[in-house]
Design a protein around this ligand. Structure first.
Ligand SMILES: [Fe+2]
Ligand SMILES: [Fe+2]
Length: 334
């Protein structure tokens, strides 16, 4: 049987559990928080006080902080890229709802997207109201990023995609959580709460995607191992890898953003390594037996990778020079 057919068969088998995963890891619309729960109520009588509070609290936050928050928001706002990418995976059927041909994988992608959509929405509104950033430049960056798409090295392979999403959901959980902690430390309670609650969503999503992978390991261990190995070998790229500002070429803003995130300690190389260790542990990579020779080698590579990366990470220096972004103009510097 062709390789792809085995993957499709596994996807069809696991598909029967997906409704259960949706119920376990996602929250129904009527029960989940919405962006306006965390933002000033503009229909209320105290709206001016609340707006003043947002703007006052925002004054305490430093330059790198705004850069990271903007790029995190833009990353969330490029959601159309991620939804269309996942919908295109082998085994996902989005057509024929009335004929009963649509499958639960597409339902997962839709419901996951529905939850994710609230993240960019929340942060966008906050940034707009904060008065600290150039929204028009940010909006252009978002449009560019959606235009530019991404290339995460997964192709249409669901195994590789689920490794990617497991990794990324935990990465976003960490970065939103850290941004929230920094905000809180500066007395910015409203933003602290926003980031924290978004981080909570990312955690549930991480738990779901890692479960998909675990289930696939039960059905197709060697191929799942090879997919995991391939993704780690080529390195997990960030979804905003092609980030740019207006007037720049594709991807030109990404490195400066990433340096700002490292300087703030919001997301570092050590976090990357720890995520890998967590995935290795959850999927019990070290205990995986009855693999093909190639998959055994992949397993050994994955087990050794964290230590290897740690040795290299110790030698890497983070640039200290602050790039000035159009999103946060120099006259807005604190
Ligand atoms: Fe998100
Ligand atoms: Fe997410």
């Amino acid at each position: 049987m062709a390789l792809d057919n085995i993957r499709l068969e596994v996807m069809n088998t696991v598909e029967k559990q997906v409704d259960g995963f949706i119920e376990k890891y996602l929250i129904p619309v009527e029960d989940i928080w919405q962006p306006t729960d965390l933002l000033p109520n503009l229909q209320g009588e105290n709206y001016m006080d609340e707006l003043t509070q947002i703007r006052e609290e925002a004054k305490e936050l430093e330059y790198d902080f705004w850069v990271v928050l903007v790029a995190d928001m833009v990353t969330e706002e490029a959601l159309p890229t991620y939804e269309s990418w996942l919908m295109d995976m082998e085994g996902v059927k989005q057509h024929g709802k009335s004929q009963g041909e649509e499958n639960s994988w597409s339902k997962w992608v839709r419901h996951w997207t529905g939850e994710e959509n609230r993240h960019g929405d929340t942060l966008n509104k906050y940034l707009y109201l904060s008065g600290r950033v150039n929204m028009r430049e940010i909006e252009k960056t978002t449009q560019y990023l959606i235009n530019d798409g991404f290339d995460i090295g997964t192709g249409r392979d669901p195994y590789k995609n689920f490794v990617y999403t497991s990794f990324q959901e935990l990465a976003t959980n960490i970065s939103h959580k850290r941004v929230g902690q920094l905000a809180k430390k500066k007395g910015n309670k409203m933003l602290g709460k926003m980031c924290n609650i978004i981080a909570g969503d990312e955690m549930r999503h991480y738990m779901a995607y890692r479960e998909f992978v675990k289930t696939i390991f039960e059905h197709d261990p060697s191929e799942m191992m090879l997919a995991f190995h391939d993704m780690m070998k080529r390195k997990i790229v960030m979804p905003a890898q092609f980030l740019r500002e207006s007037g720049q070429g594709i991807a030109e803003a990404f490195e400066n953003f990433s340096n700002a995130a490292q300087r703030l300690g919001v997301y570092t190389t050590y976090d990357y390594i720890e995520i890998l260790e967590k995935l290795n542990a959850y999927w019990e990579i070290d205990k995986m037996r009855s693999l093909t020779d190639e998959a055994e080698k992949a397993r050994d590579y994955l087990m050794k990778l964290p230590d290897r990366m740690r040795r290299i990470a110790g030698r890497m220096a983070i640039p200290e020079d602050q790039h000035i972004f159009k999103w946060v103009e120099a006259n807005g510097r604190l």
